[in-house]
Design a protein around this ligand. Structure first.
Ligand SMILES: C[S@@+](CC[C@H](N)C(=O)[O-])C[C@H]1O[C@@H](n2cnc3c(N)ncnc32)[C@H](O)[C@@H]1O
Length: 454
């Protein structure tokens, strides 16, 4: 990285119009490069380059998604891109510096592809798998004020700007805030403000209806990368993020955070997170997505190293985790809702990473259900299955039903095994009550987000 983006918001707004007019959208990329095209990796670039026509849109995709040079005459918006320093012009060739990629309906701006160890500390990443975790589990009711902590390229700030009046995006990295401001202008959003500082320092004393935070939660002995390493001992960075998020919520407000927490063993993984949330005034839906013993955790975060460097790195990471008394490391997403009342619930439910899809509505239902469970109100209420719920029946050779699973085509895609005779009570047009299905089944369908009040 030998360049810095230039925060010229007028040029960014003009560029956004040019890109939209040229049809540079996620759908256009998918049409030309397939479903995985928008998330293209650097290794795929040579193949994807050859799939693209040499027309205007093909060349925009080449330059801004694949980070390949094109000729000046072949694309629109060169002057605007140059004003933002996203390209350098040399002898009629346009050389990419930053990338701009349409993602879930907004343009995101960030650095070029990672070059592994050569990425400098202030390098700003693209939309990553953990960005997707966070976005998928963020409740999206309309509201007044939001903050996105550790905003990076600003993805969650820009998503929130579509349903919140005002969004503050914070980061310790000034480059990240420049990318975020440019991203907001590219999308014609005037309700995103950037503030530099660590965690919640830039918003001290303020409260929010929505908090998102995918700050660097990785429990590691290193502190090399601002976007990855928590840089604090053990899981104390995640602890601080979770506790401070709870403290900065308005009554009824939601917070979604990626976090990592240590456990003594695979059988006892979530003690820390329960302790962090005790007395927080929030109900919490805890979604453990990746769990690993210390060696697997280390291997997952050192796989970019060359073969002879891997062994020593594994030893360093393993002895760091051993010193912390950790037998298990969990990474996942924590969703909080602040609520008056003295009893709050924390519900943890492991998630299959590959199953995760948009669960913003499920998150709202689960958090509201946890409130009803905590207060005992659910016993006096009627519920109904949501429209994404369905039953999977397994039959034996005689055609008799042997097993029934209640499924949800949404969010974390939970599954719940039920008895065949429970189906009728669950689809009863008069609704589901504690009398009709029993306490245990009603609690389960509430905790997993299968039902909503009648
Ligand atoms: C993993 S990236 C995530 C970026 C973006 N939120 C996303 O989900 O795609 C983490 C971001 O947190 C920022 N960061 C690191 N330490 C921080 C801190 N103490 N306070 C606020 N932001 C921090 C990094 O600069 C980086 O931009």
């Amino acid at each position: 990285m030998t360049w810095d983006p230039v925060r010229d918001l007028d040029e960014a707004a003009k560029l956004g119009d040019i890109l939209r007019d040229a049809g540079y959208t996620e759908d256009a990329i998918v049409e030309r490069l397939g479903d995985d095209g928008p998330a293209a990796d650097v290794e795929e670039v040579p193949v994807l380059d050859r799939r693209l026509a040499h027309d205007e849109l093909g060349n925009l995709i080449r330059l801004l998604l694949l980070h390949l040079p094109v000729r000046k005459a072949e694309i629109p918006g060169v002057a605007e891109l140059a004003a933002l320093a996203f390209v350098a012009e040399v002898d009629g060739a346009v050389l990419p510096q930053g990338r701009i990629v349409p993602t879930d309906g907004v343009y995101l701006a960030f650095d070029g592809f990672s070059v592994g160890l050569a990425d400098p500390p202030g390098w700003v990443a693209s939309y990553t798998p953990t960005s997707f975790w966070l976005a998928s589990l963020t409740p999206r009711p309309r509201g007044r004020r939001a903050v996105d902590v550790g905003t990076g390229n600003g993805a969650h700030a820009l998503f929130a700007a579509r349903h919140m009046d005002h969004v503050i995006a914070t980061d310790i990295n000034a480059r990240a805030l420049d990318f975020t401001a440019i991203g907001a202008a590219l999308n014609g959003m005037a309700n995103v403000e950037t503030r530099q500082g660590s965690l919640f320092e830039p918003v001290a004393g303020e409260t929010f209806d929505l908090i998102t935070c995918n700050a660097p939660y990785v429990i590691s002995p290193e502190s090399r990368w601002q976007y990855r390493d928590a840089g604090e001992r053990g899981d104390s960075f995640s602890e601080r993020a979770v506790r401070e998020a709870a403290a900065h919520l308005e009554d009824g407000g939601y917070a979604t955070l990626t976090a990592s927490w240590l456990g003594t063993s695979e059988d006892d993984p979530d003690d820390h997170i329960h302790a962090w949330l005790d007395g927080s005034g929030c109900d919490a839906w805890v979604n453990p997505i990746r769990g690993a013993d210390p060696l697997d955790h280390a291997a997952g975060w050192t796989d970019h190293l060359l073969a002879d460097a891997v062994g020593p790195a594994l030893d360093t990471w393993a002895s760091y985790l051993a010193d912390l008394g950790a037998g298990w490391v969990t990474e996942g997403v924590v969703v909080l809702r602040k609520r008056a009342g003295t009893r709050h619930l924390v519900h943890a439910e492991p998630v299959e990473e590959d199953d995760l899809e948009d669960g913003s509505a499920q998150a709202v239902r689960v958090l509201r259900s946890l409130a009803l469970l905590a207060e005992g109100d659910y016993r006096r209420m009627r519920f109904r299955l949501v429209k994404n719920a369905w039953f999977r029946e397994e039959l034996d050779f005689e055609g008799d039903v042997t097993d029934v699973t209640l499924m949800l085509d949404e969010g974390t895609q939970p599954e719940l095994e039920i008895e065949p005779e429970e189906i009728d009570a669950l689809i009863d047009p008069k609704g589901i009550t504690v009398e009709s299905v029993g306490d245990e089944l009603l609690r389960s369908v509430l905790e997993l987000g299968f039902v909503k009040p009648f």
